[in-house]
Design a binder for this molecule. Sequence first.
Ligand SMILES: CCCCCCCCCCCCC[C@H](O)CC(=O)SCCNC(=O)CCNC(=O)[C@H](O)C(C)(C)COP(=O)(O)OP(=O)(O)OC[C@H]1O[C@@H](n2cnc3c(N)ncnc32)[C@H](O)[C@@H]1OP(=O)(O)O
Ligand SMILES: NC(=O)c1ccc[n+]([C@@H]2O[C@H](COP(=O)([O-])OP(=O)(O)OC[C@H]3O[C@@H](n4cnc5c(N)ncnc54)[C@H](O)[C@@H]3O)[C@@H](O)[C@H]2O)c1
Length: 308
Amino acid sequence: MAFFHQICRGFSSSAVRAVVIKHVTIIGGGQMGSGIAQVAASTGHSVTLVDTSEDILKKSVKTIEGSLRRVVKKKFADKPEAGEEYVQKVLKNVSTSSDAGSAAQGTDLVLEAIVENLQVKQDLFSHLDKLAPAHTIFASNTSSLSISDIASSTSRLDRFGGLHFFNPVPMMKLVEVCGTSATSQETFDSLMNFSKELGKTPVSCKDTPGFIVNRLLVPYILEAYHLHERGHGSKEDVDIAMKLGAGYPMGPFELSDYIGLDTIKFILDGWRVMDPNNPSFAPSELLNKLVAEGKLGKKTGEGFYKYK
Ligand SMILES: CCCCCCCCCCCCC[C@H](O)CC(=O)SCCNC(=O)CCNC(=O)[C@H](O)C(C)(C)COP(=O)(O)OP(=O)(O)OC[C@H]1O[C@@H](n2cnc3c(N)ncnc32)[C@H](O)[C@@H]1OP(=O)(O)O
Ligand SMILES: NC(=O)c1ccc[n+]([C@@H]2O[C@H](COP(=O)([O-])OP(=O)(O)OC[C@H]3O[C@@H](n4cnc5c(N)ncnc54)[C@H](O)[C@@H]3O)[C@@H](O)[C@H]2O)c1
């Protein structure tokens, strides 16, 4: 069922009207999609989570359940029954589908969190643009691609923006909200309000490579790879140094495994196409080797480190 509500802010005829997002369709049930689904469902939104197969979706729901149990362990430490009730209540807000087209038909927001590949994202949005209601806002959780480039595959440029969450979504408080030159004020406000409803702190950013966080984080991670490849520090020592010397919760290699090495490779390869002469974006043999071997980080049990 579609929930299309509008709120008026201010009293003049030019008052900004934002869509109140009640139902969200999240495409991609991987690390990010399942985390966003969990947080949206926990804050009272109806969620449809979409992926390519029922098997993947079963795993996504299991991940959500596991993460919710970590949350209730703290939140309901003295009341395990109330905790269990909470888990079941939140899970009831999540339905799943392997048919993105039908899941887009009755929703206020389509939020995409699939593979970091421009063509694949454009194909998805172009398809959904023909099926979703007119009021539905589209947003991408891309880490590195241009929101305008993704939006160009649709006819709803005014109702398209970036909503960049951070991993692990249940723990990380930030959302980068990105409007393009074509994004309407109403859409931007809706995305800001939605982020706040999820209990996050939104920051506004421009449609520039890496937005704010990754524009700073990518050179840092790149430099760590190059330093290690030059033989100037072991992975372990680099990670310890950045944790104990700079106060980061994870070192760059641990963080890379946590993010996913395939995602990192997609980002690096894409940035190299944009800026081929930048030595920072030179390929990393080590990264390419690990990805070719299917060692994608924590999610596959091995990346720079082993997790089994
Ligand atoms: C040459 C080639 C170069 C190419 C370079 C390209 C680089 C590209 C890089 C960018 C990639 C894109 C990135 C993306 O767009 C943006 C990001 O998301 S960046 C990642 C941001 N995230 C971080 O930086 C995470 C840092 N880590 C932490 O904050 C913490 O380590 C942690 C993950 C919160 C875990 O905390 P720890 O203390 O380490 O471990 P615990 O397991 O004890 O957890 C603490 C606490 O948190 C609870 N918790 C953890 N995870 C979850 C969860 N998923 N769900 C629910 N709860 C969770 C846990 O229960 C603990 O609670 P407590 O018991 O303490 O009450
Ligand atoms: N991993 C991170 O730390 C992180 C942080 C912020 C943003 N992002 C971005 O979020 C997006 C997803 O990243 P992730 O780490 O969750 O990836 P992931 O590999 O964990 O999950 C991606 C999911 O999308 C599914 N998928 C792929 N194509 C699909 C399609 N056409 N339709 C439906 N489902 C499809 C896959 O089956 C998979 O389950 C990427 O754009 C990434 O850049 C990642």
